[in-house]
Design a protein around this ligand. Structure first.
Ligand code: FAD
Length: 381
């Protein structure tokens, strides 16, 4: 396997970094403090072609792989995780539409996401169904030529901003298999009975919108079923095998930022008549961070490369996801530690990185769930 990036991939990285450095630093603290975001930055990112690069050219995307989307994620998160998430999560669900949607659904949704005319969300988690997605109890009942949806969802990214939300619904309560009861339904958020309530007070990625959703007799045409009825669980796993790669890239980006801040600070800060960087304890921390980042990067490069070759290795993706999330949390912790008391104050970027990092061990599969997948693959269970 050759990990050398093509000229095009190197150009993508350079352009993404330049864009992020030009747009994010001046507003990052304000967005974090106020839990706000300026959608004009997202629009600009769309205009410059950073959003939905994995979407097929037929639907106005760049037709690149998920790997290129990962590269952009990594660069955006290396500058500011919250803003990176606010911009690049706007296509969350398009992967599933691309894999399983009808031609009409693709034509309707995908070009709007690329061009900055629409934001998307995907709602799976419920108050009583988190890691156990098969416990999702939001119902979709077929009445004539419509689905009628009732229930609620938790923690939906972009729930307040989205034009379309892909909702994981219980469509067959009778099926004996818990893996054959659910289906995805596309809901335009201006449909009567759809309500979203912004969740405030998040620990990190505070520029990114998160909402609680409720569906009260929401009617949509039967054609809004995405994929195959009853196949929702398996479609969700296929979806996660793509989107989890993005989280790995986010983790590597965040950890890189933690390392950059640590190098800068420890070379400047002097104690006991010498820079912090001159102490071996500091040097070892830096060495460990750099090594762990490289290892996580190689893991996700291999996993993303495999997916783009059409080879899905569920265990490898899960390995990359938990390893990179845990690695980012550890790097952010060490970075704060090396900043001493200053790192505890929100004027310093490492405080934000420390708070932003935790989500990487939670969303799109907690690290415990990822380790469960890895152990099952290894033990052949
Ligand atoms: C900022 C943010 C954005 C999010 N965005 C979205 C989104 O867009 N769409 C969406 O659907 N969801 C989203 N989520 C939800 C996220 O995916 C869930 O929070 C996550 O899957 C865990 O579910 P839970 O919170 O209900 O935790 P629980 O399932 O209650 O788990 C709690 C703890 O128990 C552990 N645990 C659970 N079961 C087991 C087991 N069998 N063995 C060992 N340990 C176990 C978990 O690993 C975890 O540590 C988001 C969450 C946040 C915080």
């Amino acid at each position: 396997m050759d990990f050398t990036l093509t000229k095009e991939q190197q150009d993508i990285i350079k352009a993404a970094r330049e864009f992020a450095l030009g747009e994010f630093p001046d507003v990052a603290q304000e967005f974090d403090r106020n839990e706000s975001f300026d959608l004009n930055i997202w629009k600009k990112a769309c205009e410059l072609g950073f959003v939905g690069v994995f979407i097929d050219e037929k639907y106005d995307g760049a037709g690149y792989g998920f790997f290129e989307h990962c590269l952009i994620n990594e660069e955006f998160w290396a500058v500011d995780p919250g803003i990176g998430q606010a911009i690049l999560s706007t296509t969350f669900g398009s992967e599933l539409v691309g894999l399983f949607g009808s031609e009409e659904q693709k034509q309707l949704v995908l070009p709007q996401l690329v061009s900055g005319q629409a934001i998307m969300g995907t709602a799976i988690t419920e108050p009583d169904a988190g890691c156990d997605v098969t416990g999702a109890a939001t119902t979709a009942v077929k009445e004539g030529d419509e689905w009628v949806i009732n229930g609620s969802k938790m923690f939906a990214t972009n729930g307040d901003l989205a034009k379309y939300v892909l909702v994981f619904c219980l469509t067959d309560t009778e099926n004996p298999s818990r893996h054959a009861r659910h289906s995805f339904i596309l809901i335009p958020t201006d449909t009567k009975g759809y309500e979203s309530t912004k969740i405030r007070g998040k620990l990190g990625i505070r520029a990114s919108d998160t909402a609680e959703l409720s569906f009260n007799n929401v009617h949509v045409p039967v054609e809004n079923l995405v994929g195959t009825e009853g196949e929702g669980f398996h479609e969700l796993m296929a979806f996660f095998n793509r989107t989890r790669l993005h989280i790995c890239a986010q983790a590597v980006g965040l950890a890189r930022a933690a390392l950059e801040e640590s190098v800068r600070h420890t070379k400047q800060r002097r104690q006991f008549g010498a820079t912090l960087a001159s102490f071996q304890v500091t040097q070892f921390k830096i060495a460990e961070m750099a090594t762990h980042i490289r290892a996580a990067k190689n893991l996700y490069y291999e996993a993303a490369w495999s997916v783009d070759q059409g080879k899905i290795d569920h265990g490898l993706i899960a390995m990359a996801k938990w390893f990179s999330g845990e690695m980012a949390v550890r790097c952010a912790d060490e970075a704060l530690q090396m900043h001493g008391g200053y790192g505890y104050i929100d004027e310093y970027k490492v405080q934000r990185l420390y708070r932003d990092a935790k989500i990487l061990e939670l969303y799109e599969g907690t690290k415990e769930m990822e380790k469960t997948i890895v152990s099952r693959a290894v033990l052949g269970l």
